[in-house]
Design a protein around this ligand. Sequence first.
Ligand SMILES: Nc1ncnc2c1ncn2[C@@H]1O[C@H](COP(=O)(O)OP(=O)(O)O)[C@@H](O)[C@H]1O
Ligand SMILES: [Mg+2]
Length: 265
Amino acid sequence: MSETIERQDEIRAAVLAAKNVVRRFGGLVAVNDVSFDVWPGEILGLIGPNGAGKTTMFDLLAGSILPTSGDIFLNGVQVSGEAAHRRIERGLGRTFQIPRPLPNLTLIENVMLAAQGQAGEKLLANFLAPRRVAAEEKAGEKKALELLELVALTHLAHEPARVLSGGQRKLLELSRVMMADPAIILLDEPAAGVNASLLEVIIDRIRDINARGITFLLIEHNIDMVTRLCHRVLVMASGQLLCEGTADEVARDPRVIGAYLGGAA
Ligand SMILES: Nc1ncnc2c1ncn2[C@@H]1O[C@H](COP(=O)(O)OP(=O)(O)O)[C@@H](O)[C@H]1O
Ligand SMILES: [Mg+2]
């Protein structure tokens, strides 16, 4: 019983927590009884061989799919059944492995679009309080520009998003996610397909954003990036949590080495 109370205290203190989360796809158990906490201010890595269940875990945390059983907590609040947009409002930001900005809108327009608020609401407000809407738009533009500066894309602010390279799209995605003032950002393979020099920019930007107090959960195959960025690393294999530790600790763990060798199939 005391163990349960201790777990409840941990869940309350965590930015994001998973408790005995299971997700089945037909006969396949993609995520099998996974529990973990993400502490405020940390950069937590999530690694594991292909098919381990990492992206499914992200989908469950973000609310794009619901768990078969188990619970997810955001800032101590149980959100297991909540839609993805509600979780965004509660401070969860998520980037995708392949970002798809609107190609013909400028970078600044793409970032501004990520702000909260419904189009319908805005139309009505525009009619009732046009000055307030204009002022909000101005503030939104300023914030979008600051965020583009944060990810080193100021020089392209007025270019259409279609001119960006794959790595620059990932930086744009990061600034978009920041527009909603997240408490935690889930990043799915930010290094995939990014050239070496832009990867350094992405690592620096993640550090800067983390220094502002924003927590990260990061799926990544690039072990150099994981070692340099992550305070702690979780390893998943075959839907289960295998172990956790520093990047060096898990890289030396025979169970982790075994999972990667076995997972090659
Ligand atoms: N929508 C789905 N329907 C059926 N099976 C799925 C679905 N999504 C993922 N899976 C399966 O779940 C397992 C875990 O996949 P995934 O979470 O993508 O792993 P990872 O991101 O670690 O590579 C895989 O066997 C995958 O084929
Ligand atoms: Mg994946």
